[in-house]
Design a protein around this ligand. Structure first.
Ligand code: RB5
Length: 153
């Protein structure tokens, strides 16, 4: 699978392990093709800029899924969810990663570096990528409404 990955400076936060390179290495070791949207070092950056890069790669069809990381996962998910067609889910436990895929057809997993051990973060990625959307009629109806309900109001 092609997966776009991005973070803010939390991806290189001290002390090691640095999460962003670790996520990239983990995905590559699983055989995925990673599109690394940056950043490439620890300098302070703004998470909306990297959410945008990942979302644009997905919306262009150059990646099927995305993984975003910031301190909490919250800011970068808020930015990502402004892009129509992106369903970014902040997950901090296995049930959330599983249900974000099965019920919400999430296409971006958002992780909080300051809230998760690296092992927990990698486990959430594995669950997210392994879980298919249910395709249940009610779930599809609701997912479709995510992109239309605001326009209709
Ligand atoms: C940056 O220090 C921090 O605010 C950011 O990584 C994230 O936690 C925001 O939601």
């Amino acid at each position: 699978m092609k997966i776009a990955v991005g973070s803010d400076h939390a991806g290189f936060e001290e002390p090691p392990p640095y999460y962003k390179p670790a996520l990239v290495e983990h995905l590559q070791a699983l055989g995925h093709e990673v599109i690394d949207c940056g950043p490439s070092g620890p300098g302070s950056v703004d998470y909306p800029d990297f959410a945008k890069k990942v979302c644009e790669v997905i919306l262009a069809g150059d990646a099927e899924m995305g993984v975003l990381l910031c301190g909490t996962g919250m800011g970068i998910s808020m930015a990502a969810n402004r892009f129509k067609g992106i369903r970014a889910a902040v997950c901090d436990r296995p049930e959330m990663a599983w249900l974000a895929r099965e019920h919400n057809d999430a296409n971006v997993l958002c992780l909080g570096k300051r809230l998760l051990s690296l092992r927990e973060a990698l486990n959430l990625i594995d669950i997210f990528l392994a879980t298919p959307f249910s395709n249940g009629e009610r779930h599809q109806r609701r997912v479709t409404k995510i992109d239309t309900v605001a326009e209709a109001s």
